[in-house]
Design a protein around this ligand. Structure first.
Ligand code: NAP
Length: 326
């Protein structure tokens, strides 16, 4: 089968596409024919060798996929064969087929296309876990999303709107702000200009911001934090800008506010069953048309290296999907 291979950490242009041996399903496992893979910043970091956990070389990049179950290992019920599923694996998704435990496959809601499903679980579960479980976002509250036109940011807009929030998107270019507005944000603010704090405060209005969702980090986090209303919540989601913000602790003291870490992966590792209600809630909102997940762009397998490069260089828009087999 065809697969993208990473033989050395570094620039995604060094990735190769090769014919490799087919995976074989062990007991309790399935083989999924991969239709679409959603790519994000973490996939690109893993290729560069910059992620906190390094994948042993060589490895197949891509940690999220959507496809169809084509083979069953021993002990997996026959009814699973042919099912449309999505899933998350440490890596291995940018290949025509992937092997994983049957229990890790999630049935795709009918309303979700394969390109959208291929990039759904990580960003949408992180958004719901962050906004609902960690932040307790309430209807009518104002939510500001940093890096709003990235994959994680767009999901936070979609989930925030489904939860009844007013959403302000922060993004660095006109194209990104337009995408965030098309994806449901009520307002968009340019945070690449020097006085963006003033623009964000104007957008928030006199009451201020109830919650900030931050997948970007320094140099934006502290300025955004200063725009929270007293009693607000600041969600630490990631550091796509490359450095970790250090917020002076007098700020949460004076604002009587909370800084909450959102590590969805850690949550799933500690409480695997805890994610089930999150997925059920998300599937319900998709079926009801309250959320509109989609792949922002679709690319053939050969373009996977350039899509990963764009993520590293801040040029990516939304959630790109690689179509592996269709
Ligand atoms: N906590 C969790 O459980 C969890 C789960 C998944 C992902 N994450 C994290 O979320 C972050 C975003 O992931 P993503 O897949 O949404 O990435 P993405 O699609 O690349 O979006 C990241 C956004 O960050 C902004 N950014 C600012 N400086 C950047 C730089 N130097 N390089 C790249 N982007 C920069 C960009 O928006 P502007 O140009 O508008 O600034 C970009 O759209 C990552 O740090 C990832 O590790 C966390």
């Amino acid at each position: 089968m065809r697969a993208v291979q990473c033989h050395e950490y570094g620039d995604p242009s060094r990735l190769t596409i090769e014919d490799i041996a087919e995976p074989v399903a062990g007991p309790g496992e399935v083989i999924v024919q991969v239709e679409a893979v959603g790519l994000g910043y973490v996939d690109a970091l893993r290729v560069r060798g910059g992620y906190q956990v390094k994948d042993p070389l060589p490895f197949i990049p891509g940690n999220e996929f959507a496809g169809r179950v084509v083979e069953l290992g021993e002990g997996v019920p026959e009814s699973v064969k042919g099912r449309r599923v999505m899933g998350v694996s440490r890596n291995g998704a940018l290949a025509e087929r992937i092997r994983l435990p049957a229990r890790d496959c999630v049935t795709i809601p009918d309303a979700l296309s394969s390109p959208a499903a291929g990039g759904f679980i990580v960003s949408y579960c992180t958004a719901l876990y962050g906004l609902q479980t960690c932040g307790r976002l309430q209807p009518g509250e104002t939510l500001a999303v940093l890096g709003a036109a990235g994959g994680v940011g767009l999901a936070a807009i979609d989930v925030g709107k489904a939860m009844g929030a007013r959403v302000i998107a922060l993004a660095s270019s006109a194209a990104k702000r337009e995408l965030a507005l098309r994806s449901g944000a009520d307002l968009a603010v340019d945070y690449s200009v020097a006085d963006w704090r003033k623009h964000l405060q104007e957008a928030a209005g006199a009451y201020g911001i109830d919650m900030i969702y931050d997948p970007v980090g320094a140099p934006y986090s502290e300025t955004a934090f200063r725009c929270l209303r007293p009693g607000g919540r600041f969600l630490v989601v990631g550091f796509a800008a490359g450095s970790i913000a250090a917020i002076p602790l007098n700020l949460p003291l004076l604002k009587r506010s909370a800084i909450v870490g959102v590590d969805w992966g850690g949550f799933v590792r500690d409480e695997p069953q805890g994610n089930v209600p999150l997925l059920q809630q998300l599937a319900e909102w998709v079926e009801q048309g309250r959320m509109h997940p989609q792949a922002t762009s679709q690319h053939p397998l050969e373009q996977a290296p350039s899509v990963l490069q764009a993520l590293l260089e801040r040029r990516s828009l939304g959630k790109p999907a690689i179509l592996v087999t269709q």
